[in-house]
Design a protein around this ligand. Structure first.
Ligand code: ATP
Ligand code: MG
Length: 584
């Protein structure tokens, strides 16, 4: 089934009305000049995200609207956030925390987590968020690898995940607990609220330099051991401008990024970009629930929404009738990141929600969105869109001498590469210079993802280099096969792997989870195989299809094909610290 291009109006209401014109006139210096900076050439993310707006008289605008699990709502204006983050920064400073020190967080999406993140940056220290559902070992391993000096968490998480090993990690000087007024604090811990009370609300942002380390983000662990990516304060220039161009963010927007700050999306776009752009950000403490999500979009009048393919597939699974019960008319722009977005999902959103999801692509390492479908641009379902102004993206092939060569011919398969030098590019992998060096060839950063670019400059994701299947001389991208199977009405989720085969090298195997109302059967298996053969041809269609209740995913919602492979071949599972559902 071909997917029609979703055309946009000729005179679009968009921050990027004319892509080519904006690209031609773009410079990072000009982008930087949209921000304040600090006297003496300093730059601090917290100042740009919060204090700048207060200084400009926008202090009363709501910066953070927090939705508690039980239905409670708390608003924090930019002025409130400026004061609270000042207090936290002052408290850290008094504890002897300063430039370069690592402050970790391990908490659900509580307001204090946001205050801690921005307060840490304000004090000049490095913020490293962990996902609250990690087990004790993954928490310890990351804090140890990152030489964490401070951990901000809750009493319950502390008892379950930290207390057992705390004193074995020598770097960890302070544990700060987000506690209720009646909570008794374990010995050797500090009370977040008490520290805030004693802190100075006027504490000014530390005069960090653009190249000072600001954020330490661990990757999702989809392909192996999570890597610690180092980001600097200069990254805020990219957060800001990509928020404006790729997410179409404007002052006055009600913006909802559904990602948890434990992942880079939840920080770059769940904290920093909406604030630098003067929006009101919605933070929902609760986990996914289709009804609650549609109600949130309606009741909070969300104008810009940023979510992920796994969540979109869950919404699709919840049915087409559910969204009809809600008024989604405030929504101006919807976007998605984290995994390939199947064309079926884009078509579904256009048909059922009345507007398309705009896919965009980036990585922990890139710090910000690099390729996107813009509000003003026709959407080609299945494509990640075009590179951001200021970003030179190319498809490259490796030469024998180890260098790389950009390929110009449209729709040629190669590795997606980015010309180095954008502000939010990672500056290193924690304690692993060799690995960092290996990511570059000459001026190019090599992403490890395979893609193609069409004649209009739209990029098409093919698969991660590790996941591409080599069968009888063909290179088969798992995404193409998965997207074809997704079109079948019975399929809720699918992952495709290559299975070693003595004759053809590898054969294609698919793991399929079904929508409610469908049961695994031999007849359905044959029907899916027939559907795939019609769509893809016999050489590319899966030879084998297994039904699963669920597919193994990272906690950030990415399907872990490496785990499906390991299990299929009886190999060691490797690092599974980020694994979420495991009902294979
Ligand atoms: P690890 O590097 O630890 O294996 P990870 O690569 O999943 O984990 P992230 O940095 O969170 O960690 O994810 C970035 C990757 O996610 C990209 O390299 C790409 O493979 C995938 N990705 C993100 N957005 C998209 C998208 N829009 N389309 C296709 N793939 C995407
Ligand atoms: Mg990666």
């Amino acid at each position: 089934m071909p997917f029609d291009i979703i055309a946009k109006p000729a005179t679009p209401d968009s921050n990027l009305p004319d892509y080519d014109a904006v690209c031609a006139g773009f410079s990072w210096e000009a982008a930087r000049s949209e921000l304040d900076g600090l006297p003496g050439g300093g730059l601090n993310i917290a100042h740009e995200a919060v204090d700048r707006h207060v200084a400009a008289g926008r202090g009363s605008v709501v910066a953070l609207r927090w939705l508690g699990k039980q239905g409670d709502v708390r608003d924090f204006s930019y002025a409130d956030l400026a004061a609270a983050t000042g207090r936290f920064a002052d408290a850290l400073t008094r504890l002897g925390i300063g430039r370069g020190d690592r402050v970790f967080s391990l908490a659900g999406r509580l307001p204090e987590l946001y205050i801690a993140a921005l307060g840490t940056l304000k004090c000049g220290a490095v913020f490293s968020p962990l996902f609250s559902a990690f087990g004790p070992e993954p928490v310890r391993a990351r804090i140890e690898r990152g030489s964490g000096r401070v951990l901000v968490t809750t009493p319950a998480l502390y008892r379950r995940k930290v207390a057992g090993w705390r004193h074995e990690v020598g770097s960890l000087d302070h544990v700060i607990l987000i506690a209720g007024p009646d909570d008794e604090l374990p010995e050797g811990t500090l009370n977040f609220a008490a520290l805030l009370d004693a802190g100075d609300p006027q504490f000014p942002a530390a005069a960090t330099k653009p190249e000072d380390m600001a954020l330490l983000h661990f990757t999702s662990g989809t392909t192996g051991l999570p890597k610690g990516a180092i980001h600097v304060h200069e990254a805020v220039v990219a957060h800001h401008i990509t928020g404006r161009y790729a997410l179409d963010l404007r002052p006055g927007d009600i913006f909802w990024c559904t990602a948890d700050p434990g992942w880079v999306t939840g920080t770059s776009y769940g904290i920093i970009a909406p604030l630098t752009n003067g929006a009101t950000m919605i933070v929902d403490e609760a986990e996914f629930d289709a009804d609650r999500w549609y109600a949130t979009l309606q009741d909070r009048k969300v104008t810009v929404w940023y979510t992920a393919p796994t969540a979109i597939r869950m919404l699709m699974k919840a049915g087409d009738d559910l969204p009809k019960k809600y008024d989604l008319s405030a929504l101006r722009f919807m976007s998605s990141v984290g995994e390939p977005l199947n064309p079926e999902a884009v078509e579904w959103s256009q048909r059922v929600l009345g507007r398309p999801f705009h896919d965009n692509w980036w990585q922990t390492e890139t710090g910000g969105i690099m390729i996107a479908n813009y509000a003003s641009m026709d959407v080609k379902p299945g494509s990640m869109g075009r590179s951001l102004p200021g970003i030179e993206a190319a498809i490259v092939q490796r030469r024998e001498d180890g260098g790389v060569e950009p390929v110009e011919a449209p729709m040629t398969l190669g590795e997606l590469a980015l010309k180095k030098g954008w502000p939010s590019m990672f500056r290193g992998y924690l304690n692993d210079e060799e690995r960092y060096a290996k990511c570059f060839a000459g001026d190019w950063y090599l992403t490890g993802d395979l893609a193609m670019r069409d004649a209009d400059g739209y990029f098409w994701f093919v698969g991660r280099a590790d996941d591409v299947i080599k069968s009888a001389g063909h290179l088969i991208g798992p995404f193409e096969v998965e997207s074809a199977l997704m079109e079948h009405p019975a399929v809720a989720e699918v992952a495709v792997i290559g299975k070693p085969d003595p004759i053809v090298g590898e054969t294609v195997k698919a793991f399929v989870a079904l929508k409610p109302g469908f049961e695994p059967s031999e007849a359905l298996r044959r029907e899916l195989q027939g559907h795939a053969r019609t769509r893809l041809g016999p050489a590319v269609a899966p030879k084998e299809i297994d039904f699963r209740k669920n597919l193994p995913k990272t906690r950030s919602g990415k399907i872990m094909r490496r785990l499906l492979k390991a299990r299929e071949f009886g190999l060691p599972e490797g690092d599974i610290s980020t694994l979420e559902s495991d009902e294979a």
